[in-house]
Design a protein around this ligand. Sequence first.
Ligand SMILES: [Zn+2]
Length: 320
Amino acid sequence: MRILDTEIEKGKSYQLSINLAKSHLRNSMHVPVIIHRAKKDGPVVLLNGAVHGDELNGIDIIRRLISKGYHKPKRGTIICIPVLNVFGYLNVSRNFPDGRDLNRVFPGTKNGSLASQLAYRFAHEIAPHVDLMLDFHTGGADRVNAPQIRCADTDKKALELAEVFGAPFIVHSKAIPKSLREMMNKKEKSVLLFEGGKSSVFEENVIQHGVAGTIRVLNHLGMTKELKESESKPVTIAKSRWIRACYSGMFHPLIENGSQVNKKDTLGFITDPYGDFKRKVKAPFDGHVFCVNTAPIVYKGDALFNVGVTTANEDLMPEL
Ligand SMILES: [Zn+2]
């Protein structure tokens, strides 16, 4: 196995890097790639964080796994890229300095934008070696995702591993065009996309779900000894819909993210600043709330709660 011009030998660890461009101060910018190949053959698993530079939970999930030695498997190879988008990370920004979203430029081009060049290097020098990728994301600034694995309902292998991962939710979702997940799926690589919490903060509960789920998957693949039983079986969301604000105003969510709700339950309310206007936001159907907008002030039409139904209950969600 040869990765980034380095022969990866059995029983050895490597600290490599993807070198792209220097900073404005001529400092070299590296994307660190940490690899350990066991003496015994087995699958190649990639743990990938911060495709979006301000999504921090995944970085700490991978850091904790490395610090506890889980990146050194009993068999196979583990590749860790805690921070793929180093440029966004340094700017505490989702995107590259020119505003490009790395997750919309795969598989990239050799001489394209900086983001496109990184995507190209990843596609050619990392992706071909990988059997399974765990890609760690969070919601945006105000949208908090309950810990969940997203995968296509057609990807049976990923669905099986999503059950093993044991996050509170499995959300059926198609890959976004030109995303890293879409590119990996086209190369017939399995992808578990973990979403949890929101950008720019570390969330202990989310990080713990990410660490434990990854260990369960590695254990399932025979790569690590330790087995942590999941406390509960994931709820699989087959279809979902955003509940949008019917009024502009101050938004006060009431329901805890991840809760099961019944039709007509009050999820939150919207007020004006003057004391005589208060309207409830109600659940339009039975389901599970798995993403909550925490913006204090909203406009009519803003997405407030993402409510999903399970495969068995798809008919509970009315047609629009
Ligand atoms: Zn993301």
